[in-house]
Design a binder for this molecule. Structure first.
Ligand code: ZN
Length: 42
């Protein structure tokens, strides 16, 4: 299955850093399991 964003690469299991903003505070969550595309990083 190709990446839905760039359709160039095949996403694989990895981890990403998610940044959330809530009530004026920024919360950064590291190492969130996700399917990551090698090509675009999505
Ligand atoms: Zn991609």
């Amino acid at each position: 299955m190709h990446c839905v964003i760039c359709k160039q690469s095949e996403p694989r299991p990895g981890t990403v850093t998610v940044t959330l903003e809530r009530d004026g505070a920024t919360v950064v969550v590291n190492q969130v399991p996700a399917m990551v595309c090698d090509n675009c990083g999505e």
